[in-house]
Design a protein around this ligand. Structure first.
Ligand code: PLP
Length: 390
């Protein structure tokens, strides 16, 4: 047997293990110190009651022979697809939306559709899954630097690339790409027969104008883009698992006129039996009046945290980015520190845990990421410590 040796090229997932190791060691030596974690990207607020109620109802349906559900449609129930389309999109049809158990699954699985011969463009810094899944497949990767100097907007490469990952709003930088800049990428993709893999995990956190909520707001995007959206961060589904992916019918491989929508449908119908009925009912409840109101309140809670962190860092004199349309704040650490030295310095002096930017790529080495997903009091306390160094 031959193994996929591309796995040997992966970096060990050392970032979060290393963070945990350092935090545990510090706690062991300082049991009386309260450590505040502003590193994690998981949500802290519970799901709205209406979502739990709908799940309970759906669970009860499963006990009755008349309402029991066995295998569902592989690409999702129409009741959920319809609800999403009515609430989120103007011109997307039922055949173009696919329900799944998370962007993490789909953004990795989508690579089944593309040859290993493709060249992939990935931003640096980046959400690590885009990179690792392509390394697993042995594709050639080029990096697009996203730094303060270019406003964290990925530059269009000189060479031809086939697959392009765009995460907007961005994790880890918390920054955004506006409609004009996104139009340039769409134009590039159409011209080069490339596909944009557009990760909209944080779409619901956008409040600024001129930031697209969907790539399909950009003319011609249906010819070149696949969009991924998730209930994880917008509705507290990180543990429940539900997301959706749009593969437009217009998206075709130009030289042979092959529909990617058909390929993805075939792939999903072969390799998954879909998301459970109960979870799809839960996702539908996100769009009930009560669900919408409560999910919006949770997002406001996180974005108020983001403002507290952003303003606090600014006031302390840090060069600070993000935090306006995304729940992440990205700031520059002092010149004389390495990322990990800064991590230790904050942990030991302030009792605060952040995420070293180097974990997201070489261009992150002078930055630190803080997350707004934490508890309000802890966030306030952390900023107090940063401001007054206590
Ligand atoms: N994409 C980005 C940019 C993320 O930050 C995350 C989670 O942190 C995901 C995708 C994964 O989302 P899901 O929970 O839907 O798998």
């Amino acid at each position: 047997m031959f193994i996929n040796e591309n796995f040997l090229a992966l970096q060990n997932n050392y970032l979060f293990t290393e963070i945990e190791k350092r935090v545990n060691e510090y706690k062991k030596n300082n049991p009386d110190k309260h450590v505040i974690k502003l590193g994690v990207g998981d949500v802290s607020q519970p799901i709205p009651q209406i979502i739990a109620d709908e799940m309970k109802k759906a669970a009860d349906e499963m006990t009755n022979i008349k309402t029991f559900h066995g295998y569902g449609p592989e690409t999702g129930y129409d009741f959920l697809k319809q609800t999403i389309l009515e609430n989120e999109y103007k011109n997307i049809s039922l055949s173009e939306i696919f329900i799944s158990d998370g962007i993490a699954s789909d953004i990795g699985n989508i690579l089944d559709l593309f040859s290993e011969k493709n060249t992939v463009a990935i931003t640096d810094p980046v959400y690590p899954e885009y990179l690792d899944t392509n390394i697993m497949n042995g594709r050639q990767i080029i990096f697009l630097p996203c730094v303060a100097e270019n406003n964290f907007v990925p530059p269009i490469p000189d060479e031809k690339v086939d697959l392009i990952y765009i995460c907007n709003p961005n994790n880890p930088t918390g920054t955004t790409i506006n409609k004009n800049d996104l139009q340039k990428w769409v134009d590039y993709a159409v011209e080069n027969n490339s596909v944009i893999l557009y990760d909209g995990a944080y779409e619901k956190f956008i409040s600024s104008e001129n930031i697209p909520h969907s790539i399909y707001e950009i003319p011609n995007a249906k010819k070149c883009a696949i969009e991924f959206r998730s209930f994880s961060k917008s509705a507290g589904f990180t543990g429940l698992r539900c997301s959706y992916t749009i593969v437009p019918n217009e998206l075709v491989e130009q030289t042979k006129n092959i529909s990617l929508n058909k390929f993805w449908n075939r792939r999903q119908c072969t390799k998954t039996n879909g998301v459970s009925y109960i979870i799809q009912r839960a996702a539908q409840a996100v769009y009930s009046p009560e669900g919408k109101k409560n999910c919006a309140a949770n997002i406001k809670y996180y974005m108020d945290n983001a403002k507290i962190i952003y303003d606090g860092l600014k006031k302390s004199g840090y060069e600070t980015y993000g935090g306006i349309d995304a729940p992440y704040i990205w700031f520059k650490i002092p010149e004389n520190f390495s990322c990990w030295d800064w991590f230790d310095y904050w942990l030991k002096n302030l009792g605060i845990v952040g995420t070293p930017g180097i974990g997201f790529g070489k261009n992150g080495q002078k930055y630190f990421r803080l997350s707004a997903f934490g508890d309000r009091n802890e966030t306030l306390q952390a900023i107090d410590r940063i401001l007054y160094k206590n």
